[in-house]
Design a protein around this ligand. Structure first.
Ligand code: ATP
Ligand code: MG
Length: 312
């Protein structure tokens, strides 16, 4: 007990092409398994920054599950709320990198242990004294069970004074946009900080221009929107200000996990009570350090590394 941050959702291994431009319908080489899953990348990153945290999720009773649990133990994530399924194997995602920088995914998780997150796992006592709940759209769009568990977590969080950080993490591979919008709606209503990418802001608002999209989303009553802009950094929409915070220049080795690591940096900064400019700079640093290493969690920096790049 005594956690500052909780997250829940899919725990996966990622199996990735080692070469750019080899699609998933062609036989070839892969690297991995790497521990992954968007909320898993987040919790691992914030634990490495030194924040006491716990994760609610499910793995299979297999090597992939062990790989994830071992990584969490090493990083300092509490694993007592992760159940080990006897009936399902750990989920997996296959990723190929296209030459234009975009990615192709095949997910095996909504019918795997990863998608088997029961409402009974979301217990009130886990939330006692917790400052932040981080939840992602990939979890609540996975299947009905994950959706209900995610909603329950958000409801308990709001009832217990825990703030909600929501990363839409829209994967068109997993559901169509109309359904994604409908599923996100109840969480958006209770979101304290929304962390969309440019595309996600546009998709959620149904507006082509990302700035207008953020303003529209904000007008629905979301207090803070932090727009993730890849190498360009981020823009923070707070009160009636828009704060543009440039990114750090790094060699991008692997973009996977950038958004989740960024979220960890931002929540870390909010816990410290830093002002917005400093918070955005720190989050940009954590995101940049993540993309500089291959593998979703491999680039999660220590606090010292992140502070140093951020110049704090
Ligand atoms: P993903 O869903 O792939 O994890 P995302 O689309 O949610 O990522 P991005 O905007 O790609 O989010 O990345 C999040 C943050 O990480 C950016 O706002 C930026 O701070 C940092 N970042 C990402 N890519 C780079 C890069 N190439 N160079 C420097 N910083 C980067
Ligand atoms: Mg993302």
């Amino acid at each position: 007990m005594g956690f500052k941050v909780i997250s829940l959702g899919e725990l996966l291994v990622e199996i990735m092409r080692d070469e750019v431009g080899v699609p998933l319908n062609i036989s070839g080489r892969f690297l991995g398994p790497f521990p992954s899953g968007a909320p898993g990348i987040f919790i691992n990153a914030i634990a490495k920054l030194g924040i006491e945290c716990s994760f609610i999720g499910t793995v299979g009773n297999d090597g992939f599950g062990e790989l994830i649990l071992n990584r969490f133990k090493e990083s300092g994530v509490d694993i007592s709320n992760i159940s080990i399924s006897k009936d399902y194997t750990t989920g997996a995602a296959f990723i190929a990198y296209r030459k234009d920088g975009s990615r192709e995914f095949i997910f095996h998780f909504n019918k795997a242990a990863s998608g088997n997150i029961r409402e009974s796992q979301i217990k009130h006592e886990i939330f006692k004294g917790v400052e932040w709940l981080h939840i992602t759209g990939s979890t609540i769009t996975a299947n009905e069970m994950c959706r209900q568990s995610g909603y329950k977590a958000v409801q308990i969080a709001k009832a217990m004074g825990t703030k909600v950080c929501f990363d839409p993490n829209i994967r068109p591979e997993l559901a169509d946009i109309k359904r994604i919008r409908a599923v996100c709606e109840p969480v958006l209503k209770r979101t304290d900080i929304l962390l969309p990418s440019e595309k996600e802001a546009c998709s959620l608002a149904g507006i082509e221009n990302e700035n207008e999209a953020c303003l529209e989303l904000k007008s629905r009553g979301i207090e803070v929107i932090v727009l993730k802009r890849g190498a360009k950094g981020c823009k923070i929409y707070v009160k009636n200000r828009i704060i543009d915070i440039p990114g750090f220049t790094v060699d991008e080795v692997d973009p996977t996990g950038a958004g989740d690591s960024f979220a960890a940096g931002l929540v870390y900064a909010r816990i410290q009570g830093w002002e917005w400019e400093k918070s955005g700079r720190f989050a940009n640093a954590v995101g940049a350090l993540d993309v500089a290493r291959f593998g979703p969690m491999e680039g999660a920096p220590t606090l010292r590394e992140a502070l140093e790049l951020a110049g704090i």
